[in-house]
Design a protein around this ligand. Sequence first.
Ligand SMILES: [Zn+2]
Ligand SMILES: [Zn+2]
Length: 341
Amino acid sequence: MTTREEELGTYEMLWDCGACGTAKLLGLTHRHCPACGAPQEASKRYFPSDEEKVATLDHVYTGVDQQCAACGSPSAISAHHCPNCGAPLAEGKAVATKGPERIAETSVFSSSNAERDGEVPVPRQGPAPKRLPVALLVFVALAAFAIFAFTRKKSSTLDIVAHHWRMERPIEVYELVAREAWRDELPSTATGVACHEEARSTRSVPDGETCERVRKDLGNGAFKETRECKPKFRDEPVMGTRCRFEAPAWRVARTDRAEGQGLASVRRFAGSGAVRTGLCLGCEREGRVEEVFELEVRAAGSPKTERCAVSESRWRALADGASVVAAVRAVGGGVVCASLE
Ligand SMILES: [Zn+2]
Ligand SMILES: [Zn+2]
């Protein structure tokens, strides 16, 4: 994104005489107070409001003023001796400048001289700046401790109390299903197609500019005003053709379920469960069978039992009444089921 910059003009900074109180003296023109003759103090310069700004005449910018090491007066960078006290300026340093200010093009700048306007600058008060980090540290420490405590494990002897198993088999049927898709994504089997236009995506289109006025302290008693514009964009919908249609698809029609308790009771589903096989409307097929094998265990000294899902081979290898050593969470109990494998 490119910024377009346009110069609007160069204007005088203002300053107030600290010696006699005369206000709104011109930064570039009045190097000394016209009322009492006191030298200008660069640190007292401020931006004027829009209505009181004064354009500089035939302004040639040579650089930021240097500050006299002896008396503190600002003087042009081209000077070799302080026009106020005559001291050599070889050791002078650049005067401090005001930070740039920017404002929406439709707004009006006010004076940056807060003292004159009776506004005492209030130090910024963040939300409890010192205490927040401490609270955060305490929270992080507590969280770390909790994670440590709740993940710490110890070994415990578990009694195998019972064996449970459970199986689920979805039976899918091939049938007409009502769906929606973009026209260019319709399946070849689609029937009863009805389409309409609707927004499919958006594209970014140029939408003018946002402009700001910026004023920059040149450091020599003047400031420069510019207009900065950035291109603006808006989202515009891109239309597409959306269609409702029917097409055959596999959908779960019903689910066969079986469950039991005890090693010897396991029964697997017979056949495929499909009434009519093949690829026709109304044909069926077996979906993915889910098998769950759970051991019911009791930790030594615990009044309650817990269930852990394990692999079928592990489930068969442990008989009812057997004991096994496994991991238990140190805080709050609870068997770590993975340790049973
Ligand atoms: Zn004065
Ligand atoms: Zn001086």
